[in-house]
Design a protein around this ligand. Sequence first.
Ligand SMILES: CC(C)(COP(=O)(O)OP(=O)(O)OC[C@H]1O[C@@H](n2cnc3c(N)ncnc32)[C@H](O)[C@@H]1OP(=O)(O)O)[C@@H](O)C(=O)NCCC(=O)NCCS
Length: 370
Amino acid sequence: MTLVAKGLEGIVANSTSISDVRGDIGQLIYAGYDINELAGKVSFEEIIHLLWHGELPTQSELDALTAKLRAERSLPSEIVSFLKTVPHTSCPMDVIRTGVSMLGLFDSNKGDANYDRAVSITAKIGIIAAYFHRLRQGKDLPVIRKDLSEAGHFLYLINGEAPTKEATDTLDIAYVLHADHGMNASTFSARVTEATLSDVFSAITSAIGTLKGPLHGGANEGVIHMLQEIGSEDRVDSWLEEQFAKKAKIMGIGHRVYKVLDPRAPHLRNMAIKLTQQLGEPKWIRMSERIAEVMRERKHLNANVDFYSATVYYSLGIPTDLFTPIFAISRTAGWTAHVLEQLADNRLYRPLSEYTGPAVGKTVKPISER
Ligand SMILES: CC(C)(COP(=O)(O)OP(=O)(O)OC[C@H]1O[C@@H](n2cnc3c(N)ncnc32)[C@H](O)[C@@H]1OP(=O)(O)O)[C@@H](O)C(=O)NCCC(=O)NCCS
């Protein structure tokens, strides 16, 4: 009998030394480090090194990687021109998906330069998102700076002014927490594409398209829409009852692998509590806490990474439709790590399917008789 694992649930598709998600105990590991050990102690740039090389960098390795990333902080003028023609109403995820695909057209590296391509895409994806955001507002394009971290530079580009240290540190930790996550849907997409020996740009383009969906990275935007729709803490319970009656999914809740709390959620929750208090807008976190409580009690489901990251980004003043692009910017570190790992020991992904169509044996009738 054919075993059908719908959604590939429980199937081990490959081995990886990059990260591990232990759903039964709520643990996320990057190359031997528990995420709780890393968050708040190392920068996103150090995480990029860890994912690409399997080790945290020495100071000189970090300096070299940082310099390499910053040297790649520019876009081909044709891509800037393209961004100027994009309808202002476009979804930013569609823009970065197209922009990364376009980067492949300007790839001057020949042959085996995939590490350099990984550096280039990682350095450029945030610029594509931020420049589109500036242009759609009719604002100027800030001059690229080489003195800011990846997180700080993104905030600088979208706001046109250097961010505070606190805002930079907050986004940096969010980047660290989102950088990789085992064989998640978008990483799998990237590996499937790369395994055909296509190219890195195609692999990351596939991954961005996959992350966009509300069952994956798009959930963080859905969380803010949900909180805005509910509006106040006293409406949470009745709103949830309405959703339960409709059998609607609550965004930011539940996970395919974690059966206990997503270990990233408490970090983002703490950041969300701090930021909303500073802003004098605690209602968002109060509503979130009540939603999480009801979902735990009624459905035995926990908050996932997107549930609190939404409030963190909102509190940083980031527009809602840039939440998923931010996820993509940080996950590019993981996607490219997986692409490099895939190529190092490649095998084409080619699962089977269970055929449920009509029995074979039908004969072709002339078109006039069908
Ligand atoms: C992440 C997700 C796709 C994982 O789903 P999955 O492993 O395919 O699990 P299912 O969708 O089959 O859900 C199993 C059960 O839990 C329920 N459930 C799961 N997530 C739910 C949610 N967010 N809200 C309400 N019910 C949910 C399902 O309705 C289903 O109930 P049933 O057995 O009575 O039909 C799912 O939890 C979800 O859609 N969450 C919301 C989107 C989200 O936050 N995505 C980001 C993930 S990091």
